[in-house]
Design a protein around this ligand. Structure first.
Ligand SMILES: [Zn+2]
Length: 110
């Protein structure tokens, strides 16, 4: 069901997802940071796996493992942060803004 403005009944409603955006950004940073901790183990695993192919394979494996750890950490953190921010949007912030009268309101009638 599309939300409508409680003041003027307009259905031209903009969704403001501050929490989701901020949460996603914070989560991505936090995830990449914790991913950096995984980089060491990722590099280690990659180096061991790559060692089968010789020294070049070992270096390549270490880089691949590091990058993967960063990507996975960042993506996981971003998803978690966005999900958390969405909860904030739903429960705390005024999520919707009326394009006609400028009134802001949450998803639940207050
Ligand atoms: Zn309105």
């Amino acid at each position: 069901m599309a939300p409508s403005c409680p003041v003027c009944r307009s259905v031209r409603i903009e969704t403001r997802q501050y929490g989701k955006k901020v949460g996603g950004t914070i989560g991505a940073v936090a995830g990449a940071t914790s991913g950096a901790a995984l980089v060491l183990s990722g590099a280690e695993v990659g180096a061991i796996a790559g060692a089968v192919a010789g020294p070049v394979g070992s270096a390549f494996g270490a880089i691949t493992g590091s990058v993967l750890a960063m990507l996975i950490g960042g993506a996981t953190g971003c998803a978690a942060g966005a999900a958390f921010g969405e909860v904030i949007d739903d429960n705390v912030l005024d999520k919707y803004r009326c394009a006609d009268c400028g009134y802001t309101f949450g998803s639940r009638p207050s």
